[in-house]
Design a protein around this ligand. Structure first.
Ligand SMILES: [Zn+2]
Ligand SMILES: [Zn+2]
Length: 165
């Protein structure tokens, strides 16, 4: 599924919507293409800002409603984080996410789904388990670099200040 080109995936999406009796409008097409191309897991607001130039009459609410429709058709995933704005993902295959605690960026990380955790939960609780979520948090490479540079700058400044005495 992940080996398909962007065009092939969009073609598939058109078919999927057709089966559900939903028309692929230019806005839906643009939203889905954007989600398939970007790896940043944008919010509805970010998608709106990225596409606003091309669709001046489109509102954030329209983007959100289209995302909901695409989600119901199984074409996008909604990532919810408590009371923070949902983020959207066009990658439908099983994968995990790592989130930056400094800037909030989310990256995919490919790892075979850990079904054993569901089996264990089943064994320990008697639930018939269906899926699991695992979130990894840390500091992204860009933020690490910025922190490293800030640290070096602080050291240089401290040294310069020390030399004045
Ligand atoms: Zn970051
Ligand atoms: Zn993802």
């Amino acid at each position: 599924m992940t080996d398909l080109t962007l065009e092939e995936r969009l073609e598939e999406a058109v078919k999927t919507l057709k089966v559900r009796g939903v028309r692929m409008t230019p806005q839906r097409y643009a939203i889905l293409s954007y989600l398939l191309e970007t790896r940043s897991h944008p919010t509805a607001d970010e998608i709106y800002k990225a596409l606003a130039d091309r669709f001046p009459s489109m509102s954030v609410a329209t983007v959100y409603n289209n995302l909901k429709l695409l989600k119901e058709a199984g074409l996008v995933r909604e990532l919810t984080f408590g009371d923070q704005a949902s983020r959207f993902d066009g990658q439908m295959h099983d994968h995990y996410h790592v989130t930056c605690i400094v800037c909030g960026r989310i990256d995919d990380f490919e790892y075979p789904p850990m079904r054993f955790i569901e089996k264990e939960a089943e064994r320990l609780t008697g639930y018939a388990t269906a899926e699991h979520r695992m979130e990894v948090y840390g500091i992204c490479p860009a933020c690490r670099k910025a922190q490293e540079e800030a640290k070096q700058m602080a050291m240089v400044t401290a040294k310069a200040a020390g030399n004045e005495h």
